[in-house]
Design a protein around this ligand. Structure first.
Ligand SMILES: Nc1ncnc2c1ncn2[C@@H]1O[C@H](COP(=O)(O)OP(=O)(O)O)[C@@H](O)[C@H]1O
Ligand SMILES: [Mg+2]
Length: 227
């Protein structure tokens, strides 16, 4: 039996610009079960990052709603959304976004410490070993390659054992071989932990490893493939 972990209902996003109102997402519907993997593809400016931000509760829709772990995000205030994210959501960005002044271990520990985990250090070490960086715990981001930095970011994202991992172009800044290793890691963790993956990507191979793929074109969901 599966159950819905993330759903979008009639989701729209309208922003105002100098030219007037601009609709960047049009009436979008989506449902993801636990353990699913979804690729969001589409050309630059088609609305992918906006959609990811709405699904993760970082931004609010102009109409429609997002249900994350059974909660309607538009019914929650900013603090409640932040708490829901801390409990259920992990992020991986194209640009890694590690803190330069913290070493690998500290970067992975930080979110767990903020959440008050007593065993943050042990869990961070185990996760870094899991992503193959057991020998890089005290390295600072500038001492790590791009692929290694992204592995630290993945360890950090999985630290809170999220139900949903969102990634915006996780292989976008990596060469194709390193990108492939990062993809392998995401899908291994997806299978080991039953984490739902929502990936924005231009990487065809990464997109086609997902169970489902949607394509955005000027804010419209034009394609819905379930291979
Ligand atoms: N806050 C905003 N105000 C005005 N326009 C925005 C805003 N956020 C995004 N856009 C516009 O919405 C469109 C979709 O942006 P985005 O979701 O970042 O696309 P993608 O990630 O697919 O490249 C773009 O044309 C962008 O310029
Ligand atoms: Mg984007």
């Amino acid at each position: 039996m599966t159950s819905s972990i993330l759903a979008a209902r009639n989701l729209s996003k309208v922003v105002s610009s100098a030219e007037g109102e601009l609709t960047i997402l049009h009436d979008l519907n989506l449902n993801l079960d636990k353990g699913d993997s979804l690729a969001i593809v589409g050309s630059s400016g088609s609305g992918k990052s906006t959609l990811l931000g709405l699904l993760a509760g970082l931004d609010l829709p102009s109409a429609g709603c997002v249900l994350l772990a059974g909660k309607d995000l538009s019914q929650l205030d900013e603090d409640q959304r932040a708490r829901l994210r801390a409990e259920h959501v992990g992020f991986v960005f194209q640009s890694f976004q590690l803190l330069d002044s913290l070493n690998a271990l500290e970067n992975v520990m930080l979110p767990m410490e903020l959440e008050g985990h007593a065993d943050a250090r042990q869990r961070a070490r185990a996760l870094l070993e899991r992503v193959g960086l057991g020998q890089r715990l005290s390295h600072y981001p500038r001492q790590l390659s791009g692929g290694e930095q992204q592995r630290v970011a993945i360890a950090r994202a999985f630290a809170a054992d999220p139900d949903v991992l969102f990634a915006d172009e996780p292989t976008g800044n990596l060469d194709s071989q390193t990108g492939e290793r990062i993809s392998d890691l995401l899908f291994q963790l997806n299978q080991e932990r039953g984490t739902t993956l929502v990936l924005v990507t231009h990487d065809e191979r990464l997109a086609h490893r997902c169970h489902r793929l949607i394509r955005l074109e000027a804010g419209h969901l034009i394609d819905h493939v379930e291979p």
